[in-house]
Design a protein around this ligand. Sequence first.
Ligand SMILES: *Cc1c(COP(=O)(O)O)cnc(C)c1O
Length: 397
Amino acid sequence: MAESSFYPSRPLPYGRQHITEADVAAVTAALHADYLTQGPTVAEFEKQFAAYVGATYAVAVANGTAALHLCALALHVQPGQRVITTPLTFAASANCVRYCGGEVHFADIDPETGLIDLAKVRALLKAHPKGHFTGLIPVDFAGLAVNLEEARQLADEFGLWIIEDSCHAPGGFFIDSQGREQRCGNGQFADLAIFSFHPVKHIATGEGGMITTNSEQLFHHLLRLRTHGITRDPADLRREPDGGWYMEMQELGYNYRLPDFNCALGLSQLARADEGLARRRQLAAQYDAAFAQVPGVTVLAPGRPGHAYHLYVIEIANRKGLYDFLKTRQIFAQVHYIPVHRMPYYEGLGWRAGNFPLVEEYYAHCLSIPLFPTLTDEEQAYVVACITEFVTADNAG
Ligand SMILES: *Cc1c(COP(=O)(O)O)cnc(C)c1O
């Protein structure tokens, strides 16, 4: 490939937010409104987000980690209970179980997709008496949806609940056995689904998160847990109110609320979500086509329908070399993820190198390269040229 004379006018990270003047105007308006928090923008964001993913209910929360914690609480995770997740995720997917005193177990990935291998989950479940495990937390890794119809069958067979960690996949879907598109977070198969609005994710609110569900009971419970375990809803009160101020703290909850101005930003971003998703998919298709011509670069799960492309992941022999080289060219790639069971904290709980060899092999070679809606075609071509230059020289040397 010819050397290009193009040099990017800005650093190119693996992901970044896209803030428009409309976003700024929306936040400004929210700051001038009557409520900074707990106002009407929260419910509006919840309503529109639920509609976007095709779920009945949504609960806005402080961040994706808080969303996971509240889900674990709402599903009554107890000390000693065992929950299965993937080692290929951000630590928070597993940590929520630990917050409630539960035990985290892992099933290795399918190296073709990066997703938890449901056949391995089945084998793990079958190796123990029913009731040994209580829940499953699959992750729509990089934006590729887990087949939750299959996960639900397993869950029903073995008596598990499901929390879908869909932080990477708003707008993503899988095709079910009837040929229908099943959107991530639509609540058809998972009990609860969670999203994050951290700036690198599809929709940014600064910090922020959302839980979606089709269960009215879980929805009401989550609303209470989000605000200290307190309710004012006359339908839920256990005692006769002694005045207009009356409210009840019925259980131990938290303050995990998302302020109105964050929700205003979320609403404005949500209005452009499909546009951003389309651009992510277009960029991914362009990367796929370019890397098909570059020996030594393998693309993770190319050309899958419904992929929401939070990350674009390549696998290469000399990952550290490429990572360091790209840094000298203003390209800030990232590794997703150091497997959770290899974190010192989880090793302290007994997990070891070699426990999940497929994810460890994946980790040795993976690199997430720039993918975000405002990445220009020219910038993308530059990224491809730099990677090609490195891989070609590395192969020759
Ligand atoms: C970002 C992320 C989280 C945590 O979300 P925060 O909003 O940063 O707390 C959880 N799980 C996955 C897979 C994520 O990517």
